[in-house]
Design a protein around this ligand. Structure first.
Ligand SMILES: [Zn+2]
Length: 406
């Protein structure tokens, strides 16, 4: 274990705690400005959120977005990142950036990736040369990117894997790799390294991992390896178990989560930060996220629907022209959706705004200590009747003192 205390480049102010659930509201002060938590972070894969300019992303009120280390490492590559002075400058983004370690992308994108104690071995997608991503290399890349939050390289395996021995090995290796990441990190005074709790769906492994990771005292803590097709009941048990063991005064990031109902329940279980490609990816298929559910605007039912994508939405796409918006109608999106880019672009703006606005409403409800009522109203809007509420959400909420069915 690293013996010296790690410097931190963030300040975490806990603003309010829900008196019933484990929900928290806080302000995370990062090198590129303060961020209100709970937060959803949109994923800008190659230093751009598909379809949006940095100004349009800023307009959604996003102040912390996610970049993929794997993609930036390939293109423009580390030498260019060093020359230009990092990803903020590359994409003229004045706000905060979080980067992943690159490991998950490799394992999920490259069939031939193989994990050894040294790191992740893979064949270059460019020319097939054998390459190796080590914890040291991942941190070096993220140091060149200059992201405000950097993630440790971890050994990720599918949560649904039945191989408990491999699961334990991955968890313990992730702890050893964290130590190597801490050792390799060149700029702890300006970039915050987050550890990643592993252990699959096994609660004992998760508990052991929490203990080991918390002892390393990183500025923030992530719960990883979830959202991989496991049952939502199991997902909630893992998040609930981990947050009970994490220090109160540090941000908690659950990786890969983005469905609105997952966000609402996960906040009740004590999580603060989330990311997911779903809101932007689904926009490219013509899907609009709304408080009554996801609408596919490629459906001909919307051909003559002259209402906004969502009534009352404050995004630039839905806002009337008189209020400085574009006044886009569902009919317009329907008609351009088939031609792809313009429709995808508009829905990306709407969906990102929806997610960020949902998190803002969540935060206000926590601050005003009415989060249980907020969650009940949220599910009542999303589902036609209580008997349609998902069982996992009812169970998880009951576990933190809220009966959605009462
Ligand atoms: Zn909108």
């Amino acid at each position: 274990m690293a013996s010296k205390a790690m410097p931190s480049a963030l300040k975490f102010d806990l603003i309010a705690k829900c008196s019933v659930t484990k929900a928290r509201a806080s302000t995370l002060h990062l090198p590129h400005g303060p961020v209100s938590l709970p937060i959803f972070m949109p994923v800008a894969t190659q230093a751009s959120l598909k379809g949006l300019t940095p100004e349009q992303l800023e307009e959604t009120s996003c102040r912390l977005c996610l970049n993929n280390t794997y993609h930036l490492g390939l293109k423009p590559g580390q030498a260019t990142l060093d020359a230009i002075g990092g990803a903020h400058k590359l994409q003229s983004w004045p706000h905060n950036i979080l980067t992943d370690s690159g490991g998950f992308q490799m394992v999920s994108l490259l069939r031939l990736a193989k994990v050894t104690e040294e790191g992740v071995r893979f064949l270059s997608p460019h020319d097939g040369t054998p390459m190796l991503l080590t914890p040291e290399h991942s941190i070096s890349l993220q140091n060149s990117i200059g992201s405000d939050i950097i993630m440790q390289l971890d050994d990720v395996i599918a949560t649904t894997s039945p191989d408990l021995a491999r699961m334990e090995e991955a968890m313990k290796r992730s702890v050893r790799w964290l130590d190597r990441c801490i050792e390799a990190h060149k700029y702890p005074e300006r970039q915050n390294l987050f550890c990643i709790i592993q252990g699959g769906l096994n609660l004992d492994l998760r508990r052991e991992c929490c203990k080991e990771m918390v002892a390393r005292d990183t500025p923030g803590i992530a719960i990883g390896g979830l959202s991989g097709g496991e049952e939502k009941y199991a997902y909630c048990r893992v998040v609930d178990t981990c947050t009970d063991l994490l220090p109160e005064k540090k941000p908690r990031y659950v990786m890969g989560v983005g469905y609105p109902e997952d966000l609402v329940v996960s906040v009740a279980l004590g999580a603060d930060m989330f990311d997911c490609v779903w809101p932007t990816r689904t926009a490219r298929f013509g899907n609009a996220i709304t408080s009554t559910g996801t609408l596919n605007l490629r459906n001909s039912a919307y051909a003559d629907d002259f209402g906004p994508v969502e009534e009352g939405c404050g995004c630039i796409c839905c806002r009337p022209v008189a209020e400085g918006g574009l006044g886009i109608t569902r009919a317009y999106v329907y008609h351009v959706a088939a031609k792809e880019t313009a429709g995808a672009h508009l829905l990306t703006m709407h969906n990102v705004y929806y997610q960020l606005n949902l998190m803002r409403q969540i935060r206000t409800a926590v601050v005003e200590d009415r989060y249980p009522d907020f969650v009940k109203e949220f599910f009542a809007q999303l589902y036609p009747s209580k008997d349609k509420f998902p069982g996992w959400a009812v169970t998880a909420m009951k576990g933190v003192g809220v009966d959605l069915l009462e």
